[in-house]
Design a protein around this ligand. Sequence first.
Ligand SMILES: NC(=O)c1ccc[n+]([C@@H]2O[C@H](COP(=O)([O-])OP(=O)(O)OC[C@H]3O[C@@H](n4cnc5c(N)ncnc54)[C@H](O)[C@@H]3O)[C@@H](O)[C@H]2O)c1
Length: 256
Amino acid sequence: MYIVLLEGKVAIIVGSGSGIGKAAARLLASEGAAVMLADIDPEGARKVEEEIRGNGGRAATVQADMTKEEDAQKMVQAALEQFGRVDILVNVAGGSQGRFIRERLGPFAESTREEWDRILDVNLNGARNCTRAVINHMLERGSGKIINMSSMAGVSGAPNAVDYSAAKAGLIGFTKALAQEMAPHGIQVNSISPGGVYTERLQAVMERHKREGAQRTFDVSKLSTPEEIARIILFLASADVKNLNGINIEVHGSRR
Ligand SMILES: NC(=O)c1ccc[n+]([C@@H]2O[C@H](COP(=O)([O-])OP(=O)(O)OC[C@H]3O[C@@H](n4cnc5c(N)ncnc54)[C@H](O)[C@@H]3O)[C@@H](O)[C@H]2O)c1
């Protein structure tokens, strides 16, 4: 017998228009969850929505910039209106470089305060905003799962991405502290720290490295796939294990 893991559950996935968020939306929907796709760029998310609906799943899209508190509130409201409840929040949106973030990494000695603020906004404050917007609903219901997408940069640090490393380390601290505060209320908060993940965004970075004749780039054979990270999201979203809380799952093989 095949068990559908998330039947009747509702998940908000922030940053579901591409990469890991897209893979997570597809997988959670295929396991029975209704998914609210949230993204600053709704075009990609709408395509995912159509695909999920075409496969008989439940999905809707809301445009939201998670760095804006009012957008985060609007996103949660849209999920409640559309699906009546929220069981799972996955904060995926973020990154060290790419569209809506910045063009490329650079040395700390050349960095600006504006860049620092932007990177912390996208990779830490955004998850805070979305979590804050949903937390009272979860507290009222006495259940919920929150999954934050950190990075190995937040665990080990990454050169030329000091701001990103600091933001992702902050996200792990946020996860661990909130997990302790929420444990008595039936809410679990965990994070995932991938090393490199072979997303469209990383492919674009690698193509640029090639064009520019960069000495170092990523070794594709060692990268995770977005689908693999989505499986870990599904595990955290579906595991009925109350003490799986405040955990940061590192996904880097044996490399740091
Ligand atoms: N790809 C990797 O190698 C890798 C490694 C470690 C961690 N991560 C983390 O995983 C997450 C997803 O990475 P990805 O490679 O899948 O990224 P991606 O760029 O493919 O997807 C990110 C999505 O988030 C959306 N987004 C960006 N800013 C937003 C905002 N302010 N509000 C709402 N949506 C916004 C984008 O439009 C995009 O659809 C990020 O947090 C990233 O830091 C990625």
